[in-house]
Design a protein around this ligand. Structure first.
Ligand code: FES
Ligand SMILES: [Fe+2]
Length: 440
């Protein structure tokens, strides 16, 4: 892809199932990523519903860079580097709608149209005309595209199209129809760990029995999860249709009651992946007469789809083969989602500023609303240390992170030895990062 980064050192070199710890801990490694990976990769700037109307904008930050996604008068989304062409001032922050459909610098009042073209320079006659060449003072653009209801940007004008970059992953995710979902809630927090290690707490299920001991008791059997490496950094695991339900459950509940408990626990302790209609469907399924050959999942699905049809909720209808690949799906470099039927839990990870030990972490609970509605929602800043704010299950995940971050620093520790079946998504992600760093 490119010449090897001059800062590269053998202490960062991957081995077949080994990841050296300096790839997480070193400031130099983060600098390489910020110079070679992030400026060239398609990344999620935000949810498209944030920029649904002309004049709407959202800011996306990555490292020390800031990008504005803007909905134009012509209905097109554009992305601009968030820097005034005069003295560099950041033009907008957060999300909102540009007043008068103009982008206006707060410092000296230069303005641009929503298409990035300069419209006004205050006292233009006092400048050297060459400095105000329209092309020169036009806002600098990035590539922008959408998939799954998310806006993606790429700072590299020569990067291949989004579809090509994420195709190996979206091939499995398209049937889930994330694009038809609205946001139930959106939370942001700062995690005390490297952005890659934060993601890696989710791209495997090997940790489930130790970190989330409730789930094996609710029927989750990780030995049934099937892991797939999709190439170009992407990977996924499928939870087979049976969702690990054993007819003889460990708790003595029958299969339908177990599914009902699993769904209820997930709603109460995560608040995503299932919503109240799922709880109600599972409850009706548990109560209805048993039919020959009908499993717990079949009965629940039957109740769910019947309800959805009457409530004008568009639920996806994956084929059985597609359903085998739905479970935990990772889109390189920083998106991970756990979709179910009509709902999804989704995460985005990115370095927090220039700090290798901190991650800016987003969590979305997505669901298909009646009539395809996309309701308003707040983005809430939360504290990962508080189970009341992040939910019990994610708190279990986050609690490990501080310990990982601290423990990795031990002089005795060299790096991550991977489980060859369940943790190879980590290796695939690092291998792709190396490609951006020019290492093969
Ligand atoms: S810095 Fe933006 S107009 Fe001067
Ligand atoms: Fe977990």
């Amino acid at each position: 892809m490119a010449d090897r980064d001059p800062r590269w050192s053998s202490r960062y070199a991957l081995e077949k199932s080994f990841i050296p710890k300096d790839r997480y801990l070193s400031r130099e490694f983060l600098e390489m990523e910020l110079d070679r990976l992030w400026p060239r990769v398609w990344q999620i700037a935000g949810r498209a519903d944030r920029v649904a109307q002309p004049g709407d904008y959202l800011e996306y930050t990555i490292g020390d860079q800031s990008i504005l996604v803007v909905h134009g008068e012509d209905g097109q989304l554009r992305a601009f580097h968030n820097a005034c062409r005069h003295r560099g001032t950041r033009l907008a922050s957060g999300a909102g709608c540009f007043e008068g459909r103009r982008i206006r610098c707060p410092f000296h009042g230069w303005t641009w149209g929503l298409d990035g073209a300069s419209e006004r320079v205050y006292l233009a006659e006092e400048f050297d005309p060459a400095a105000l060449d329209p092309e020169r003072i036009r806002l600098r653009e990035c590539q922008v595209d959408t998939w799954g209801g998310f806006v993606f940007i790429n700072m590299d004008p020569d990067a291949p199209p989004l579809e090509q970059a994420i195709g190996p992953a979206t091939r499995w995710l398209d049937p889930v129809r994330l694009d038809q979902m609205g946001v139930l809630w959106h939370k942001q927090m700062i995690l005390p760990i490297n952005w890659k290690a934060a993601l890696e707490a989710f791209t495997e299920s090997y940790h489930v029995p130790a970190t989330h001991p409730e789930y094996p008791r609710l029927g989750t059997d990780i030995s049934r999860f099937l892991y797939h490496i999709d190439g170009a950094g992407h990977s996924h695991y499928g939870v087979p249709y049976s969702q690990g339900m054993e007819p003889e459950s460990p708790t003595g509940l029958d299969e339908r009651e177990l599914l009902q408990s699993y769904i209820s626990y997930t709603i109460d302790e995560i608040g995503a992946m299932y919503v109240e209609r799922d709880r109600e469907a599972a409850t009706r399924a548990a109560a209805r007469p048993r039919r020959e050959g009908e499993g717990a999942i079949d009965a629940y699905m039957d109740e769910l789809y019947t309800h959805a049809a009457s409530a004008d909720i568009a639920l996806p209808a994956p084929t059985p083969e597609q359903a085998e690949h739905i479970g935990g799906n990772f889109i390189f470099p920083h998106f991970f989602t756990l979709p179910t039927v009509g709902n999804a839990l989704a995460y985005r990870s990115r370095p927090h500023g220039l700090n290798p030990d901190e991650t800016l972490w987003d969590v979305w609970s997505l669901t298909a609303f009646p009539g395809g509605e996309m309701p308003d929602y707040e983005t809430r800043q939360v504290d990962w240390r508080d189970p009341a704010q992040v939910g019990r299950v994610l708190h279990q995940d986050f609690s490990n992170m501080l310990e990982v971050s601290a423990g990795m620093r031990s002089r005795s520790y060299e790096g991550v030895h991977l489980n060859l079946r369940q943790e190879m998504a980590l290796w695939e992600m690092h291998r792709e990062i190396d490609r951006y760093l020019g290492v093969d």
